[in-house]
Design a protein around this ligand. Sequence first.
Ligand code: UD1
Ligand code: CA
Length: 452
Amino acid sequence: MTPPDHTQPVSIIVLAAGEGTRMKSSLPKVLHPIGGRPMLAHVLAAAGALEPVHTALVLAPGMDDVAATAQTAAPDFQLFIQKPALGTAHAVLAARALIEGFTGDVVILYGDTPLIRPETLKDMVAARRAGAGVVVLGFEAEDPGAYGRLVVEPSGALSAIVEASEADETTRALTLCNSGVMAVDGALLPDLLDAVGNENAKQEYYLTDIVAIANKRGIACVAVEGQEREVLGVNSRAELAQAEGIFQDRMRQAALDGGVTLADPSSVYFSYDTELARDVTVAPHVVFGPGVYVGEGALINAFSHLEGAHIAAQARIGPFARLRPGAEIGEDVHIGNFVEVKKSVIETGAKVNHLSYIGDTFVGAKANIGAGTITCNYDGFDKHRTHIGKGASIGSNNSLIAPVTIGDGAYTGSGSVIRKDVAADALALNDVKQKTFPRWAAKFRARKSKSE
Ligand code: UD1
Ligand code: CA
């Protein structure tokens, strides 16, 4: 990646005042997640790569949840409220206080176009600095439909953007479309916006009109061409699913490029922040929720679900394992099938191989947890901790009633309910006498078959 050019400051304006009614959701559109992160946060992260001096977010009144999400993604953003929503040019003007007197580059983005890449934004800013007053990100649309059409002259100059609703047949036949993303010379932007009228089918102030206005004033405009899959706008659940698919493909490719083996990439699902080191192997049908790191050479077997988990080198997870937030899995640890680990540290070489729940627990190095062991950490009010010392051996089918400590090297018998601390190197078991009734089963069956 080329470092940003600091000869001119960049400001960002993200438009997100639209209602998003087609999502049919009580969640604001731009908060719907892709790869475990709200769309808006993706846009702000891409914009952040330009190291902007100002970031403006334009919202409609009452979108407090959206503002709160923006706060975590771009703490220095400035909020502008557009009321009522009279079109995209009107929306940019809502941030007038930010652009008035700003002579750097202004990059305008949409909150519902989450797949835009920093590289593309940098290309646009570079085209701006190469002399164009207005740079528009276009793309060849498979189905141009309702997109604005880019009118490009044989000279390569962009002369106008025509909204589909305003276009004649010839213009509608153009396939190079407007993504909505623009980079504009800040010194020109307020005047260009002020010249935009609303004499059109929707009686809206179209941002797209600034291209024709700039041309009239002798200001050069150009289109930079991107890919449709990068500028997909999300208006419906179907488009959300499509965007998710594109995002997942990107993450899979990045994992493969980074030296990860994916036997069936299409069945592995990533979050925006999934980090896999070299030589990690991921079997089919694995889901990475947010906050997962997997260290070198670790193996994640099929049908495992991981979130908020840190997995050290050479660990083996699954198949059918569930690692929940706060799972700290050490080197060479084995977590086997139908094992759930939450908020627990499992140290180097320890094994929890079968059918267990380990919550709020410390498991020392090389300890072995027998099949079916449950840490009973919750009394209906509070969570309690279990401590299992290094080299300890927990028998199969144990209930460890927290808070409880099992010392280093201690043993517990199979089927034990451990309520009291066990000293290091001790053996603890529940002395429940076994009763055996000879011939009982045979007599029982005989009685049953007679009564049938
Ligand atoms: C817009 C473009 C169109 C382009 C398409 C790409 C205009 C006039 N048209 O059309 O050329 O092909 O995007 O997806 O710009 N918004 C506000 N306030 C408003 C109106 C919109 O903040 O008053 C925001 C929306 O929340 C959204 C973005 O601006 O994030 C785009 O608005 P939308 O109504 O979806 O524009 P389109 O009609 O799709
Ligand atoms: Ca749209």
